[in-house]
Design a protein around this ligand. Structure first.
Ligand code: CTP
Length: 138
């Protein structure tokens, strides 16, 4: 019998949008089980230099409710990534191609796949768009 393939991916998933949906759908299609590491508020603040709009419990609840997602956990730091990959038994690490090359060091323990990002949408662009719309209507 063929071994079930386990996928893992990571992200903040703030202001959940179509780029996030498509990343999760495509990641899940690469295997049989998808685990998502949702960045904690503290980690996301360190990584992106701003506090997420939705707090970590809200972001976790949204991601966990997505059909392609089998399980979620809070990602606390970049340094623990190797442990997460091992502990969740991941065969494939999937990230969007804004991370290309950044996780190649894990190719000794799993396959590393970078998927093309969905164009024209990101949390940053949404925040900028909202700020502009508010300014225009003030
Ligand atoms: N992603 C994607 N397509 C997009 C936006 C994000 O495929 N248009 C992917 C990222 O490459 C990553 C995952 O979704 O693998 C989570 O991304 P995240 O950083 O949470 O979202 P962004 O919209 O990129 O956030 P920001 O603008 O704050 O960097």
């Amino acid at each position: 019998m063929q071994k079930r393939k386990r996928i893992i991916t990571f992200g903040t998933f703030d202001l959940f949008h179509l780029g996030h949906v498509r990343l999760l759908v495509r990641a899940a299609q690469l295997g049989d089980h998808l685990t998502v590491g949702v960045s904690s508020d503290a980690f996301s603040q360190r990584k992106k230099g701003r506090r997420p709009i939705y707090n970590e419990r809200e972001r976790m609840e949204i991601v966990a409710s997505c059909k392609p997602v089998d399980e979620c956990f809070f990602e606390e730091s970049m340094e623990k990534k190797r442990d997460y990959i091992v502990n969740y038994g991941a065969d494939i690490l999937v990230m969007g191609d804004d991370w290309v090359g950044k996780f190649d060091n894990f190719s000794d323990i799993c396959q590393v796949v970078y998927l093309p990002r969905t164009t024209g949408v990101s949390t940053t662009e949404l925040l900028d768009g909202i700020a502009h719309a508010r300014q225009a209507s003030a």
